[in-house]
Design a protein around this ligand. Structure first.
Ligand SMILES: [Fe+2]
Length: 339
């Protein structure tokens, strides 16, 4: 009886004072705010735990909602890693002091300079291209060579778009402003709106709508079509790489940084290093492979399904401006009555 009492007293003291248990008995963890929304496709975190013994605790939300949470948390954040699907959101978090600089020879060797923050506050883990999808029975490839082509009145009632509130639409608008200015971007966006688009808040559903013959052209992230083609090689939607005569297609990233208040800083860096190297696999267990994305680590091969999409030019220079242009893009979309 006496032993039991003193044992529970000890536990109580440990809980109250935060006294650490011996390292061998302690579970290693890394807490992640994650905007990845690919559910069962995401085997990569389980694979990391299997190899390192470090538990990954994911807390999910949209990129914007997670940034709001990180702002509210400040240095007291329970998150060690901030992992979102937009370069602009990472830049804003970094500039607001919510992410800490990381010097890692592993990360610097794995990720090319244009896909990471010069101060090491965030690193890209995958690349995703937002481009044009179309019904090949009703549309010729030369009709859809650029985002501006979708402003042509011939697409009235035939265009599907993601709503203005989604970060994919906001980042696309920032890319357009970065490479052709605000006036021209507004002209393009007003042209889309004049075509009375169907607004659908899911790229997968947009592709299904094209396949069902209920819309002919759309703008989507390439991997949704890659995943659809993995399930059905005859899925009746085609992809056009936009802006190949200009600066290249709009590229965004999945990327991550270590939070300023990270309690498990070493594990956070281990996770980032692992995701940028072992986790880059083109197979189902990799972050790019599991979701048909392009690896951020250019020594890795893209998933086989993407061979169908051929080679293309992407606008890497614009990425650095998404954060600074985010607020301007939201205003432009509102002004143009993009819903
Ligand atoms: Fe997505």
């Amino acid at each position: 009886m006496k032993t039991i009492l003193s044992l529970s007293a000890l536990v109580a003291v440990a809980l109250l004072t935060g006294v650490a248990r011996p390292a061998s008995a302690q579970t290693q963890v890394v807490n992640v705010y994650s905007a990845r929304h690919y559910g069962a496709l995401e085997k990569v975190f389980a694979e990391f735990t299997r190899e390192t013994g470090i538990q990954v605790r994911l807390s999910s939300g949209s990129s914007q909602a997670l940034l709001e949470r990180l702002r509210a948390d400040g240095k007291q954040t329970p998150a060690d890693v901030f992992l979102v699907i937009d370069a602009g959101t990472l830049q804003l978090a970094a500039e607001e002091g919510l992410l800490q600089p990381v010097r890692s020879p592993v990360l610097e060797a794995a990720i090319p300079a244009e896909l990471r923050d010069p101060q090491g506050r965030w690193f890209a883990l995958t690349q995703r291209m937002r481009t044009i999808a179309y019904n090949p029975k009703r549309v010729k490839p030369d009709e859809v060579q650029d985002y501006a082509d979708l402003a042509n009145p011939k697409w009235r009632g035939r265009l599907c778009l993601r709503p203005a509130t989604h970060i994919y639409t906001i980042a696309l608008t920032s890319y357009l402003i970065a490479n052709r200015g605000e006036r021209e971007t507004e002209r393009i966006v007003r042209g889309w709106v004049a075509n009375r688009p169907q607004y659908i808040d899911s790229d997968s559903r947009i592709l299904e709508t094209i396949a069902a013959g209920k819309c002919d052209v759309a703008i989507v992230n390439h991997y949704y079509l890659g995943n659809a083609l993995k399930r059905d090689p005859n899925f009746p939607v085609a992809l056009a790489w936009a802006n190949q005569r200009g600066s290249g297609v709009h590229v965004n990233i999945t990327g991550a940084g270590v939070t300023a208040g990270a309690a498990n800083r070493d594990n956070a860096i281990k996770l980032l290093e692992w995701l940028a190297t072992r986790g880059q696999d083109a197979g189902d267990a990799g972050m790019p492979g599991g979701n048909s994305e392009y690896p951020a680590n250019l020594t890795q091969k893209p998933p086989a399904i993407l061979e169908r999409f051929g080679t293309f030019k992407a606008d890497y220079a614009a990425i650095a401006r998404y954060g600074a242009l985010q607020a301007q893009s939201i205003k432009l979309l509102e002004r143009a009555r993009y819903r």
